[in-house]
Design a protein around this ligand. Structure first.
Ligand SMILES: Cc1cc2nc3c(=O)[nH]c(=O)nc-3n(C[C@H](O)[C@H](O)[C@H](O)COP(=O)(O)OP(=O)(O)OC[C@H]3O[C@@H](n4cnc5c(N)ncnc54)[C@H](O)[C@@H]3O)c2cc1C
Length: 376
């Protein structure tokens, strides 16, 4: 049962944002930067943001050569360029807003491992460079096969290496803590353990019903002038007809490996596998392509099939000459659709949605949040 005071002071806002991932928090940041007097509430169903933003691998990336070539088969050159621009602008925005140190940004570059069957892509590096030249004012990709041996990769499996000096890595945990601190210090209220179950609107207001953790039969209804829905892979519980599919990503981290011979972020097989160093550890994720149907889930749990496969890939491809121990493993949930563009839509004069971030949401999250904040 709510008190008069609670009803008076805690239930009414200018903006209500559902979802405290990178998109929801970035939208809150952009709104409060524009007008510090606004009352903004972000609600998050779990104790921390619990979808993709605190679970990812921390690649500050915008697409590898094989990914971009594959995109070019389905999309126009202009659309591919636009996608890269969004990702690059998003990364710049994140860096500028929170500061390089606070997000643990390190620029050791990025690399794509090329197998025998993909060798064809090397002929198209210059085409991709030409496409990206107007964005970076420089050549983005270059072949660095000379590094395969010093990096210790299995030379039978890794035939070529493509280097991208614009790719960096971040510390995902530090980034999300900084983003939360940033909005809270500016006066945004973030309530966790607060799950939205339904929303309604009339001409002036939006009403968002949330579960009351203490009194399950009585929900609490927040009122706001505007509502932003930033629930990514979990959106269908609020909007059942939304056009997106969840896609689970499983990740492991090794214990520190003293002789670890590489630094940077690495991808292979069109981005289905990704690994990076974190100090002397390896963070390695992927393998969703082994079981697309099974991984189309919002269950935040790992499976033996995929984690064992990742361990095999470590042994066979990445560090065939080194021993390692897995320290921890986890899963997070992404959202995918028929194309790689996020869903960014005004649903009514007072409600908008920004979801379906795919596998590069660290890059586009700030940009999408900013676009949402600019809508009303
Ligand atoms: C394993 C993995 C690795 C990845 N690696 C990278 C990478 O290296 N680089 C990169 O750029 N991207 C990566 N991504 C993708 C990136 O993390 C996502 O695209 C991005 O975090 C999506 O942000 P979001 O805010 O849209 O969604 P989320 O982070 O999922 O946030 C949505 C939030 O909404 C909350 N929520 C949902 N429903 C409700 C409700 N009804 N009420 C209240 N709250 C609700 C959820 O709990 C969640 O916290 C990876 C993702 C995964 C899973």
């Amino acid at each position: 049962m709510l008190s008069f005071w609670e009803k008076n002071s805690l239930l009414q806002y200018d903006y209500l944002i559902i979802g405290a991932g990178i998109v929801g928090l970035s939208a809150a940041a952009s709104l409060i930067e524009k007008n510090k007097a606004q009352k903004i509430l972000v609600i998050e169903r779990s104790l921390f943001p619990t979808g993709a933003s605190t679970k990812n691998a921390g690649f500050a990336c915008f697409g590898s050569v094989t990914e971009l070539l594959s995109d070019l088969q389905k999309m126009s050159e202009k659309s591919v360029q636009e996608l890269v621009v969004q990702r690059w602008n998003g990364l710049q925005k994140l860096q500028k807003r929170l500061g390089e140190k606070n997000i643990g940004l390190l620029n050791h570059g990025g690399y794509e491992l090329i197998a025998e069957k993909e060798t064809d892509c090397l002929q198209h590096i210059s085409k991709v460079n030409e496409l990206l030249e107007p964005i970076f004012q420089d050549k983005v990709f270059e072949q660095r096969d000379d590094l395969i041996k010093p990096f210790g990769f299995n030379q039978e499996k890794v035939k070529h290496l493509i280097y991208n000096r614009f790719e960096s890595q971040i510390d995902t945990g530090a980034m999300m803590v900084s983003l939360l601190n940033y909005v809270q210090q500016k006066g945004v209220r973030v309530l966790t353990g607060c799950e939205a179950v339904q929303f309604e609107e009339n001409r002036e207001k939006v009403f968002v019903k949330v579960k009351n953790p203490l009194e399950s039969k009585q929900s609490i209804v927040f009122k706001a002038n505007k509502l932003l829905i930033c629930t990514n892979a979990f959106t269908s519980s609020l909007l059942p007809d939304i056009d997106l599919k969840p896609g689970r990503g499983q990740v492991l981290v090794t214990k520190p490996i003293e002789q670890l011979p590489f630094k940077g972020v690495f991808h292979y097989d069109e981005g289905f596998y990704y690994f990076r160093n974190y100090g002397k550890r390896i963070i390695f994720g992927g393998g969703r392509n082994l079981d697309f149907k099974g991984e189309e889930t919002t269950k935040i749990e790992t499976t033996t099939q995929i984690i064992d496969h990742l361990k095999d890939q470590l042994k066979e491809v990445i560090i065939p000459q080194l021993d390692f121990e897995v320290d921890h493993q986890w899963a997070g949930i992404m959202a995918f659709g028929d194309n790689k563009q996020p869903i960014f839509k005004v649903l009514s004069p007072n409600i908008a949605i920004g979801v379906r971030l795919g596998g590069m949401g660290v890059a586009i999250g700030s940009e999408l949040g900013d676009k949402l904040a600019g809508l009303f």
